[in-house]
Design a protein around this ligand. Structure first.
Ligand SMILES: O=C(O)CCC(=O)C(=O)O
Ligand SMILES: [Fe+2]
Length: 324
């Protein structure tokens, strides 16, 4: 699956899309089931609060999420996400660290592929998200966040700390629903990884919620959308310029983005916990317990809730000359 040509495409262009890496029944269906249960919990809460008339449980998950969120008009992204936000972490900030999701991060099919890029000593970097994007025309303002709306042009190295600049942190992005130009697939500037890290500024565009991004005129002209089907996986260099396009369709677009690197290196988010996903040298160090994974995140959350305002995940000040 990942042959020499795929590795050359990655080196040359800074990304490669590999078809059918994940198995629908083994990798993705359990995650759909786990998120359906999570949506049940959210819906029950909103019904109790009088915000929602029905849990719409007869609908398939991807239709139900739209129905429920547009009626309840509540944020839902953090309850689904598998990481904490970069600011304002509270003792009760929700996070999802479920068994099926943990299995997905450790999927042998995924790790076999990752191994081709970084070798067999594999650490799951804590920069990891799930993004369930409603059609932007339907997305209530209350639910519009960096995880539910379009994502402006950036490099993944731009959103972690310089401690990890020299580390080969591999971005691994895949859709749970098919993604295309209409519902907001990823887009990349091929070869842009060779230009290393560009300065990022805070966007003034409300649609991208003041995200840290590369100002549009510096992005580069050759912007290539990457339509993908569920099961396909994008492997991307940490300096490749990319964006998450707007969801202009009437369907939800759901994806996971994960990061993997070699064991023993700084992650760029020192306050967040990662774990050993695979190791030939010390197989006993591989994390096998989802409870332990969840516990590490709860501990990080408690520390951040106590000291939150003293930590920074961001290297940019927005006073850089090109940001003016
Ligand atoms: O899914 C998206 O829209 C953006 C994802 C992204 O920027 C990433 O995976 O690094
Ligand atoms: Fe990114």
């Amino acid at each position: 699956m990942i042959d020499q040509a795929a590795l050359e495409q990655f080196d040359e262009h800074g990304y490669v899309v590999v078809r059918d890496v994940l198995d629908w029944d083994l990798d993705l269906v359990p995650v759909y089931d786990e998120y359906s249960a999570l949506l049940n919990q959210l819906s029950d809460g909103w019904i109790n609060e009088g915000r929602l008339s029905s849990s719409y449980s007869e609908l398939p998950f991807t239709e139900r999420i739209i129905k429920v969120v547009t009626e309840a008009r509540r944020p839902y992204d953090q309850a689904f996400d598998i990481s904490l936000p970069q600011a304002e972490v509270q003792y009760d900030t929700p996070i999802h660290n479920g068994q099926a999701t943990f299995n997905l991060l450790k999927s042998p099919r995924l790790l076999d592929a990752v191994e081709k890029f970084i070798g067999p000593e594999i650490y799951s970097n804590p920069v990891q998200h799930t993004r369930m994007k409603l059609p932007e025309s339907l997305l209530p303002d209350e639910a519009r966040t960096g995880l539910t709306a379009q994502i402006a042009w950036h490099q993944d190295l731009g959103v972690i700390l310089p401690e990890a600049d020299k580390m080969d942190i591999l971005t691994v992005w895949f859709p749970m629903t098919d993604a295309n130009e209409e519902n907001g697939c990823l887009a990349v500037v091929p070869g842009s990884h060779k230009q290393w890290l560009h300065t990022h500024c805070r966007s003034a565009n409300e649609l991208v919620l003041n995200q840290v991004c590369i100002p549009d005129k510096h992005v580069g002209e050759n912007r290539v959308p990457l339509p993908m089907k569920s099961g396909d996986v994008l492997f991307m260099h940490r300096c490749t310029r990319h964006a998450g396009l707007e969801n202009k369709s009437d369907r939800v677009r759901w994806s996971f983005d994960l990061r993997y690197q070699r064991i023993g290196e700084p992650t760029g988010r020192p306050w967040f916990p990662g774990f050993v996903a695979r190791s030939q040298k010390s197989p006993e160090s591989v994390l096998t317990s989802v409870e332990e994974w969840a516990q590490r995140w709860r501990e990080a959350r408690a520390i951040l809730a106590a000291n939150g305002t003293n930590v920074s995940f961001n290297r940019w000040t927005n006073n850089e000359p090109i940001c003016a």
